[in-house]
Design a protein. Structure first.
Length: 196
C-alpha cells in the first residue's frame, strides 16, 4: 500500500486469500454433507442389533405420518389398499424402524384379507405377542421385540401349516427383494427365501 491506496499486487493477494477461504468453507460443507449422507445410509441399510432404536423425534422426521401412526400409535392400514398385500416376489421383510429381519417370502401367503399374511416369523424371538381388547374385539397384537413397533395381529388359522396367520400392516415393513439382499446386508438370510 502506498498512501492508503491499494496496489494491484495487494488486490491480488486479498482476492487469493478470499478465494482460499471460500474454497475451504465449500469443502467443509461438502464434507459435512457427504459424512451426513453416509451416516443416514448406515442407519437405513442392513441390520445391526447394537444400533440404538431411533428416538421418537427422529422417527417423526424419518417416517411418514401414516407409518408413524401405524407403528407407534397402533394404527391400521386399509385392506387391499396397501403396497405389500399382493407382493409375492422372493425376498425378506424387515422392520421399517430398525431393519431387523422379520418375515421371509417363503412364509407369505394370500389369506384373502388384503393384508400381508405370513405363517410364521423368521425367528420366534423377533416378535412379542400381547392381548389387544381394543375396538371391542379380543385379539393378539404382534410387535417387534427390538423397536416395539406395532405390526398387526396374529390369529389362529387351521388352513396354514403352523395353525397361525400373522396379519401385518405393510407400512410397518420394508421389503428387500432377493436380488438386493446381498447389497443391503442380508445375504445370510437368502437361504430362508424360496424362489417361486
Amino acid at each position: 500500500m502506498n498512501g492508503g491506496r491499494i496496489q494491484n499486487s495487494d488486490t491480488s493477494r486479498i482476492s487469493i486469500t478470499i478465494g482460499i477461504m471460500v474454497a475451504a468453507v465449500a469443502f467443509g460443507v461438502i464434507g459435512y454433507f457427504v459424512f451426513f449422507a453416509h451416516a443416514v445410509k448406515e442407519q437405513m441399510t442392513g441390520f445391526d442389533p447394537n444400533r440404538p432404536v431411533p428416538d421418537d423425534a427422529t422417527l417423526r422426521k424419518r417416517l411418514s405420518p401414516e407409518q408413524y401412526h401405524v407403528v407407534r400409535e397402533n394404527g391400521t392400514e386399509t385392506a387391499f389398499k396397501n403396497k405389500l398385500f399382493d407382493n409375492f416376489r422372493p425376498g425378506i421383510y424387515v422392520d421399517i424402524i430398525t431393519r431387523q429381519p422379520l418375515f421371509s417370502s417363503a412364509d407369505k401367503f394370500d389369506s384373502g384379507t388384503g393384508r400381508p399374511s405370513f405363517t410364521k416369523p423368521i425367528s420366534p424371538d423377533v416378535l412379542t405377542e400381547q392381548p389387544d381388547n381394543s375396538s371391542g374385539m379380543q385379539r393378539t397384537e404382534v410387535r417387534t421385540t427390538l423397536s416395539h413397533a406395532h405390526l398387526g395381529h396374529v390369529f389362529q388359522d387351521t388352513t396354514t401349516p403352523t395353525g397361525r396367520r400373522y396379519a401385518v400392516n405393510s407400512i410397518a415393513l420394508y421389503f428387500i427383494p432377493i436380488e438386493d439382499m446381498d447389497g443391503e446386508g442380508y445375504g445370510a438370510y437368502k437361504s430362508l427365501v424360496r424362489q417361486k
